[in-house]
Design a protein around this ligand. Structure first.
Ligand code: SF4
Length: 251
């Protein structure tokens, strides 16, 4: 209901000719304030600028994410993807998660449902989170380098990743995670702006704006190469140790 209200409000602004509204304070909404007085971990991060856009620090993290998702849904910066997508695929999970997983781009099922990691690779990621880390999917936040599906599931083009980077950075500014996990080489190389291979990036702790980053194989790669699961488990154990999560004895 909150999201619908925000989208309606944005649509009103758009119809009034305000295509690029930048920072703004939405009308008072007691429901938003009440909810986040009770549940929010902390105020949203202070305003930060991305290509002239600001994250309004007066919004709760969930409201700020909803606002950003509405902006993404209208995005047509990548002409080919904007035409071929069914819908944009923003992100999902806890708006104040300690851990954010960053993947590559939506696949066919994600494009259909509008939710990241819901196909077979998504089920494997769920297993990593639930069976491996003993967390719940709703405890973490999950997003991708791209918010639109590349046709035929091709790799994101560098210019597409560059255009969508603003949305990733703004998402991370809002969620303000303490830990990041890159899934696959596309995520790792784009987030960290490196040419290194995933083989060289995994197995260690890297850094993104002061946030520790662990890179591992994409779940889709693990489906094709099950023997690499042991390497991913080693990477996840590094992540768990960083987060203070003790592995169960049966692993
Ligand atoms: S991939 Fe990102 S930048 Fe490109 S059209 Fe989709 S939302 Fe916009």
């Amino acid at each position: 209901m909150i999201r619908r209200g925000l989208i309606d409000y944005l649509e009103t602004l758009r119809m009034a000719g305000l295509e690029d509204w930048g920072p703004f304070t939405p009308p008072p909404d007691p429901e938003i304030d009440d909810k986040h007085d009770k549940h929010s971990r902390a105020p949203a991060p202070s305003s930060s600028e991305h290509m002239g856009k600001k994250t309004d620090s007066s919004l709760s993290p969930q409201a700020a994410l909803d606002l950003l998702a509405a902006e993404v849904a209208r995005c047509r910066r990548c002409a080919e993807l904007a035409v071929s997508r069914t819908q944009t695929v923003f992100g999902t999970g806890n708006p104040t998660a300690r851990l954010v997983f960053v993947g590559e781009a939506p696949g066919a099922e994600e494009d259909k449902q509008g939710i990241p990691f819901v196909g077979r690779a998504g089920q494997l990621l769920n297993d990593i989170i639930v069976k491996g880390m003993r967390l719940r999917r709703e405890d973490v936040y999950i997003c991708n380098i791209l918010r639109c599906r590349p046709p035929e599931n091709r790799n994101p083009m560098p210019d597409e990743a560059a255009r969508c980077r603003e949305f990733l950075d703004r998402t991370l500014d809002i969620v303000a995670p303490k830990f990041l996990c890159c899934l696959g080489s596309v995520a790792a190389r784009n987030l960290l702006q490196t040419e290194s291979t995933i083989g060289k990036l995994r197995g260690k702790v890297l850094d993104y704006r002061g946030i520790p980053v662990v890179c591992t194989y994409h779940p889709a790669y693990l489906l094709r190469n099950p023997s690499a699961k042991k390497d991913t488990w080693a990477d996840i154990q590094i992540l768990m140790k960083l987060m203070g999560i003790t592995p169960d004895a049966d692993h």
